[in-house]
Design a protein. Sequence first.
Length: 622
Amino acid sequence: MRLRLMHLESVYTRMFIIMCVAFIPIVLGLCFYVYQQHNYLVSYTQKTSQNFTNLAAHDESELFNSTHTLLRSMAAVPLIQSGNWQLCNKYLASLLQNQTTYVNLGVISLNGDALCEGTRSQQVLGTNFADRGYFQRALATHGIVAGEYQIGRLSKEPMIMVAMPLVGPHGKTMGVLYAALDLNSIARNRHKGQLAADARLTVLDREGTVLSTIPASPYVVGKPFPEPDILALTQASAQNAEIVARPDKSKWLISYAHAGLDNDPNALTLIYQEPIASLLYQTNRNFWAGAAIILTLTALALLIGWGGIQALVGRNVRYLTAAARRYGQRKFNTRIGNMLTGTEFQEIGRRFDAMARELGKQERLWAMSMQRQQGQNRVLRMVAQNTDLDDTLTELVRFTEEQNEGILASIILLATDGQHVESCIAPSLPASFGEQLIGLAIGPNTGSCGTAMYEKRVIIAHDINLSPYWADYKNLALDQGLRACWSHPILSPEERVLGSVAMYSKTPRRPSLEDLQAGQMVAELAAVAIEHRRQRHTLRYQSRHDMLTGLYNRTVLADHIAQAIKEASTTGGHVTVLVMDLDGFKEINDSHGHTIGDILLQQVARRLEHCVRADSEDTVSR
């Protein structure tokens, strides 16, 4: 008896009993479901079809809204605001590349003449659109509008237009922006897989002209919708679902919804149609087939449930245990999500996998952080040890290239005038590359580095061949196979420009957030090294010179006198020390002030410096 009770306490046994009990309400519920199925099905299908139609309408509205966003972005482009139509044609043509949503993009003047468009050619330079409805409504409503079905005069393709006024910098309407939507982008068959076998979805414009159908029917596109009684239903309300009897006595489920823009919500009408007979036949057939399968599987499950639970649950637990053990050994490349069975175990497995990915990511980030920290410490150690600046910056450049795969780096230093390049540290690039930069003046459009130093901000050229920053210097980079560059200015704590850090790629690319963060870190380290050298030179200068006159101070004078006496005693030469004072200097300070007295001392110092021999070891000191 005790053995039997212990056996019943097993989790596997209890799960098997629960499974057997669970089948009882399933069978009872199945019988009740048959009774309710027919009445519920029609009502449910009406709601489902309406939801589907609403979803499709929402998608088309989103297409219009995204087009509105595109037009607003185009309106803000400086070359369109300034009326540079020649560049505008190229800009719009670039927008049309590698996309299938729009047939054309363009700008129309207030009198209807085409100013620029993405498909412009010499044969259509005189095209006028003043008679187009969308053009007139856009100017009349001062807002975004949608047109009707039409054949484009420029593209010769069927389309539907979305247009909005182009407002200039001073709030004055300059013309009309438009986007020609390819009819294939209307619906695009994206809902095809959701339609029943005998169902169809039709998209109409505001005039009732067919724009698109699912399944595709090209013979009706561009023609009036052939069922006026259904078209009349769509004009009664914004959306609805009804069962309609056709002249052949067949009953069809009809649902419809309008789509469009916020201020033009009825630009499109979507009509979904499905025969009731087909709907009920397929559903009933699937239901009874499912019921038979469920009953068969129930009997089979009761026979194999015990062994299946033992095998499956135990197998999953073993996989989870082994995975946990490997995680404890810091082996985070283990994945068990696809090895487990059962929804709950698969969810646990997915969470285990997500945890392993995150731990692995953190492990990699930690390793990268340690490498980056070691590199930073190495550079900072060189700075603290007063290593030559060029050697320190060379090490910093090599460290940058090690941390960023596929990147070639350089550091440019400005001369003391803050306007010209003094040196270029680029160990991975030919020496001729840096030599050509020496002496160049910084300014706008002087490459990424020159512009970054001039504007004190990060400059990105994802394609040097096309970047305006490199217009006059691109051959300098292209000859070395460099195609992309982003530059960070090196700034002192007082925001004084010291130089720049450039990161080059041999392929056109945009820098990632990590790339920009790495560049900023290098610029800050370079600023520390440069400022350290400047401060060291400043301290050395202050320790050896009088701060008012710039002459050597007493300490340097004593050293020079001692050295001169030592050399004279060796060579038999002579040493002369001339000591001067200014008579009446106190009266000058008292009568004219200390500022005038300081100026006098500075002038005397300059004149004494001009008196000594330039090619000698003479020393003037205060």
